[in-house]
Structure formats: structure tokens, C-alpha cells
Design a protein around this ligand. Structure first.
Ligand SMILES: C[S@@+](CC[C@H](N)C(=O)[O-])C[C@H]1O[C@@H](n2cnc3c(N)ncnc32)[C@H](O)[C@@H]1O
Length: 267
């Protein structure tokens, strides 16, 4: 999986959405102090950058060096390249036990919701109020015509090329393993809570976003081009239904975001 993200790092950094300010405000309102965050699967630092404006220090880790190279360099973000499964000794080098106010995982938890990972998160979080926040975003929405072409591409044409873990995103992280306490006391109150983010894109940006899908890369590796000429033409018609196609015409692309959030408790 990590190899797929290496091949697409540039498309990824350029076309993936940033997350809304109120998502971070909501998360930060649940941690009593704002000293240290670990952003896991940081990619090109989309979430780390916003977290660095709220928390004193951010540790941002990823398995892809290429993604990390494209991330914004800020004085209070420490980027670290890690293996997909870290040993306890590696986690201990990253941060002392019970030191983290928050662990965040943006659009990446579905690749590693393992008991080992959660043991390491629980080891690193402050007890009992340390918080874990993991969110994903689902298929973007533009307008009825573009959404119709997108739904065919996403739900049918690209279906065989997604890793089964993508199913957790499709169900908005409802069924992902998430063994934490509700932040407001309720055991079942870990979400998903819905947010939304937007990105202004022209059609070329939109195509580049599709090319950043892991499924696009997997299909390509198997000799299949998901953005076939007829699919491109359908998108062109849908993007500018008034006739004629202008790839530079910008549209607001909306990404629904689903957050699971919980606290570690006194385990
Ligand atoms: C879909 S990207 C999300 C990047 C970024 N957090 C964002 O919000 O756009 C998933 C990231 O998880 C990283 N990744 C995949 N498996 C991982 C693992 N086991 N440990 C840490 N990072 C991992 C990939 O290299 C990739 O950068």
C-alpha cells in the first residue's frame, strides 16, 4: 500500500483537500492541553500544518519518504519516516510514554486499524484525557451531472481496484474498529461526526485528483486506464453542460468528512 502512495505523491499533494478550521477547533476543544500531537500517516502534511497552529509541537509520521518531502516545513513539526508496523522501541524513540494530548489520523486509519497500532496509541496518550481523532472523506460532490459520471467511475469501473479496506471509507468509518471512550462521557459517542471541506478545482485538477487514487494506480499497474477517452469526454460534457468544454473552468468540489473521536480513559 505504501508503494502506491510513493508513485502518486505529487498528484496527492496538489489535489487533496485541506481540512476545515472548525474540524480542528472541535477536536482541540476535546483535549484539555495543547502541547503535543502525533499525526500518523501525515502524507504531505495536510492536517499537520493546521495542527501546528493550535498545538505547541507536532510529530508527523509516514511510511512514504516522497510524501514527507512534499510536506510544509514548519519549526514546530517534526517529520519522521516510519515502517508500516512500528516496534515498541521505535514508538519509544518517537515520544515518551503518556506524553501525547492527541493522536490524529487523516484519511489513513483504514490502512492500519490494528490492535498493535492501538496499543501504541494508548501507550503514548496522556491518561485519562488523551484523545484520538481519525477522519476520512468520501467521494467528492460537484453537481448532478458530474456526480453521475463520478458515481459510475467510483462505484463500478474502479471497484475491482480498491483495497477491501476502502469499504471503511464507503461506510463513513461506522464499522472501523475504534476501541475508545466517547469524549463527552458516552461509551457509544465516538461518532462519526460529519463535517465538510471544499476545494476549488478545474477539470484538469479533478482528473489529477482521480489519478491520485490508490485504485487508479493499481488499475494502471494491471494495464487498465480508468480515465479512458470516453470517460474523459463524459466528464468534459458534465463539467460544462452549456456546450463546449473548458478544462480551466473552476468549480467548487465538496468532500464530506466523517470523524471518529475518542479518549483513552484510565486503561
Ligand atoms: C490517503 S493518504 C492521507 C494523507 C494525509 N494524512 C491526508 O490527510 O491527506 C494515506 C497516507 O498514509 C500513509 N500510510 C499508509 N500506511 C501507513 C502506515 N502503516 N503507517 C503510517 N502511514 C501509513 C501513506 O503513505 C499515505 O501518505
Amino acid at each position: 500500500m505504501a508503494a502506491l502512495f510513493i508513485k502518486q505523491a505529487k498528484q496527492y499533494a496538489e489535489t487533496r483537500p485541506d481540512y476545515p478550521k472548525h474540524l480542528f477547533e472541535f477536536i482541540a476543544s476535546k483535549t484539555p492541553s495543547h502541547n503535543l500531537v502525533w499525526d500518523v500517516g501525515t502524507g504531505s502534511g495536510q492536517a499537520a500544518q493546521s495542527l501546528a497552529g493550535i498545538y505547541t509541537n507536532v510529530i508527523a509520521t509516514d511510511t512514504s519518504l516522497k510524501q514527507l518531502e512534499l510536506a510544509p516545513k514548519l519549526p514546530n513539526i517534526r517529520y519522521e519516516h516510519t515502517p508500516p508496523v512500528m516496534s515498541m522501541a521505535q514508538v519509544e524513540k518517537l515520544t515518551p510514554q503518556g506524553s501525547l494530548d492527541l493522536v490524529t489520523i487523516a484519511q489513513a486509519l483504514h490502512w492500519f486499524p490494528t490492535p498493535t497500532f492501538y496499543e501504541q496509541v494508548k501507550w503514548g496518550l496522556k491518561k485519562p484525557h488523551g484523545v484520538i481523532a481519525a477522519w476520512c472523506y468520501t467521494v467528492p460532490r460537484v453537481n448532478n451531472s458530474v456526480d453521475r459520471v463520478m458515481d459510475q467511475l467510483y462505484s463500478i469501473d474502479s471497484k475491482p481496484y480498491w483495497d477491501p479496506a476502502r469499504g471503511f471509507v464507503d461506510d463513513e468509518y461506522r464499522s472501523i474498529y475504534f476501541p475508545f471512550e466517547g469524549v463527552d462521557g458516552g461509551v457509544d459517542d465516538t461518532g462519526p461526526f460529519e463535517f465538510a471541506t471544499e476545494k476549488v478545482m478545474d477539470l484538469d485538477d479533478f482528473f489529477m485528483y482521480i489519478r491520485s487514487w490508490s485504485a487508479y494506480q493499481t488499475a494502471k499497474d494491471r494495464g487498465v486506464e480508468l480515465l479512458r477517452k470516453d470517460v474523459v469526454e463524459e466528464f468534459e460534457r458534465a463539467w460544462n453542460v452549456e456546450g463546449g468544454c473548458d478544462h480551466k473552468q473552476k468549480k467548487v468540489v465538496k468532500f464530506p468528512v466523517f470523524l471518529r473521536i475518542g479518549k483513552v480513559g484510565n486503561i
